[in-house]
Design a protein around this ligand. Structure first.
Ligand SMILES: [Zn+2]
Ligand SMILES: [Zn+2]
Length: 522
């Protein structure tokens, strides 16, 4: 016999309901009436909530589609700040004044700086972009940026347009092709069809690990180079995912087009130099680790008792003749095709772009054989002691104090995401979207879908100022346990489906093909 709870869960998923809904209490300020509302969890991984993950993926596909073939420049006008946002900024202004006055009077300003930092965080979470003050100039004397060699490419002035060229066919029809590009990392050794190395001992795991760690920075370089080379503000929607050999690759939807020859030229000239201290040989193994010296706040060499060089010292010690720790490049293999707006190709490419978004990086290719498991294991080993950032605890292994060193740091135990098995060395965002892609944020795209839904159902949204919302914690008399919430979800979705079906019937023939989709809109 089927288990009752499994059936409920299955029905919730089948009806497009969230399986981990959050319970909120909504109070109508006019009538005083309280109501229990179940809000979708919004998780992006299918392993956690299949419905919310699928919905998030659909939203990304819509975002990709809208930006790809824009034929007019997107207008980006930020919303006027809300009262709450203004209030946070006013508080921040006061805090700054207190701090500066205290500083001028020679008082301790540690607490006031901390307060300002906390307010900055609140400002960000209130939905304001950017910071009130420019970033503090780094204390570093020597710029590492300067050391990035200039790419060997013709440079054009970047015009402030984001739309590619239009082409006119002999019959007078105009079209504006865009590109779908897939870029991979270099080869680290020959691999078989299952992604495992032909000769594991000859496979360069260290370079594989470092390329994965710096993949996001390399992609940034590529975009800069493309913009300079093409002479306009190229826009992209890109997704990063692992190949079968567990190296990252990136699918890019790009607005506008360039030839394969040009792309090959840009790729060949694109690299990212990592100017970090040397980390080729371990100076201190796990048995002889540098010791923390509390009074001075430094790590000491376990043998000599000398203070280890700080991060800044170690950077300064990199001489003009030294090599960078690592140079990340794309591999010579790439795939590039022109895509026309609203074509079958375009739909297929959007499918590729969003295919794996509901899965964790490491779950995209789960090990099926011992050889695959061993390959994943060796990559994880290579990543364990590889420094992931200037603050990584692994620097102690190479005789350097990490930036912001503190007590209790241990090589091999860095908490950076890049070392975790499920990230395969790539801790960056899975979806990389340029700012002027569709001219909308993900929240705007979500609001579009909601607006469509409300219109289809013939509902006008009540004034949001009329309600207050509060979480309902366990222990609250109205709190529903998960199983009970799930029953409500199933019932809600059934009602909802019926309403949508009858609304569709009423409007039959009036809706465009894009809007008659699965009813998964909210
Ligand atoms: Zn959910
Ligand atoms: Zn780390």
């Amino acid at each position: 016999m089927p288990l009752a709870r499994d059936v409920v869960r299955g029905l919730a998923v089948e009806h497009g309901g969230c399986i981990r809904p959050v319970q909120l209490r909504r109070v109508d300020l006019e009538t005083g009436q309280a109501e229990q509302v179940l809000v979708p969890c919004g998780h992006t991984l299918a392993a956690v909530c299949p419905t919310c993950a699928e919905r998030a993926k659909t939203l990304r596909a819509a975002q990709c589609r809208e930006g790809w073939h824009l034929d007019a420049e997107p207008t980006i006008t930020p919303d006027a700040p809300s009262d709450t946002q203004r209030w946070w900024i006013e508080l921040r202004a006061e805090a700054q004044q207190h701090r500066d006055q205290a500083d001028a009077a020679g008082q301790d300003i540690g607490d006031l700086d901390e307060l300002a930092a906390e307010l900055d965080e609140e400002i960000t979470s209130a939905g304001i972009r950017g910071k009130v003050l420019p970033a503090r100039p780094a204390r570093r004397h020597r710029s590492t940026r300067r050391r990035q060699d200039a790419p060997d490419l013709p440079r054009r002035t970047v015009e402030p347009r984001t739309i590619g060229k239009t082409f006119t066919a002999p019959d007078g029809k105009t079209f504006r092709p865009s590109m779908f590009i897939t870029l991979t990392c270099d080869s680290y050794g020959k691999v078989a069809a299952d992604g495992t190395p032909a000769d594991p001992d000859a496979y360069d795991y260290q370079r594989a690990a470092r390329d994965a760690l710096h993949f996001a920075a390399l992609f940034d370089r590529l975009v800069q180079n493309l913009r300079r080379f093409l002479g306009y503000d190229v826009q992209y929607f890109a997704t990063v995912e692992p190949q079968r050999r567990l190296a990252p690759h990136v699918h890019v939807a790009m607005r506008g087009t360039l030839s394969r020859t040009a792309l090959r030229q840009v790729l060949a000239a694109t690299y990212h130099q990592v100017w970090w201290p040397p980390a080729h040989e371990a100076k201190h193994d796990d048995e002889h680790l540098p010791a923390w010296h509390e009074p001075s706040g430094n790590y000491l060499d376990p043998a000599t008792g000398e203070v280890l060089p700080t991060w800044d010292d170690a950077l300064d010690a990199i001489g003009p003749d030294d090599e960078p720790l690592h140079v990340a490049r794309f591999g010579p293999k790439f795939d590039a095709q022109g895509v026309l707006a609203c074509s079958k190709d375009s739909a297929r490419c959007i499918g590729y772009l969003t295919k794996y978004l509901t899965k964790h990086v490491a779950d995209c290719h789960q090990a099926q054989t011992d050889a695959q498991a061993a390959h994943a294991e060796r990559l994880a080993d290579a990543l364990r002691y590889e420094p992931c950032s200037p603050t990584c605890a692994n620097w102690l292994r190479y005789g350097v104090q990490p930036r912001n060193a503190r007590q209790g740091m241990r090589p091999g135990r860095c908490t950076g995401k890049a070392h975790r098995r499920e990230y395969l060395g790539y801790a960056g965002r899975r979806v990389l979207v340029s700012r002027k892609w569709s001219g909308k944020t993900l929240a705007d795209h979500r609001a579009d879908r909601k607006a469509w839904l409300l219109e289809t159902l013939g509902i006008t949204e009540p004034d949001p100022a009329r309600y207050t919302w509060a979480p309902v914690p366990p222990g609250d008399p109205d709190h529903m346990p998960p199983a009970q919430r799930l029953l409500h979800v199933v019932a809600d979705r059934q009602k909802w489906h019926a309403a949508l079906t009858s609304a569709r019937a009423r409007a039959s023939g009036e809706l465009g093909p894009d809007l008659s989709a699965t009813g998964r809109a909210a």
